[in-house]
Write a new protein. Structure first.
Length: 97
């Protein structure tokens, strides 16, 4: 699935949908990994995503003992504090709050 630029989820690629098209869906996990800022590519209706470089394992670890959106956000920050995009985690998560 990863490292395949033409990969699409079943029933369309959610990464290509604006926030208001599916307000119940979040691509936050994918956005933590990829290097694409959909806002720059597609316009203002898409999430601001200046975060990249997290691994599936880091995302999995950050979800352990997490009971809320805010806890997940704080836990992911701790997974890779030396990641230069870590400073944009709040901005990314604010797309869905």
């Amino acid at each position: 699935m990863f490292n395949q630029p033409d990969y699409e989820y079943e029933y369309r690629n959610r990464q290509d949908l604006p926030i208001n098209a599916q307000p119940y869906y979040t691509s936050a996990g994918y956005d933590l990994i990829d290097t694409i800022n959909q806002r720059n590519l597609n316009g203002i209706l898409y999430p601001v995503d200046r975060v990249s470089g997290y691994t599936i394992k880091q995302i999995e670890n950050s979800l352990k003992n997490t009971n809320s959106w805010g806890e997940w956000k704080e836990h992911i920050k701790q997974q890779n504090p030396s990641n230069p995009t870590n400073q944009y985690i709040d901005e990314l998560f604010n797309n869905w709050q």
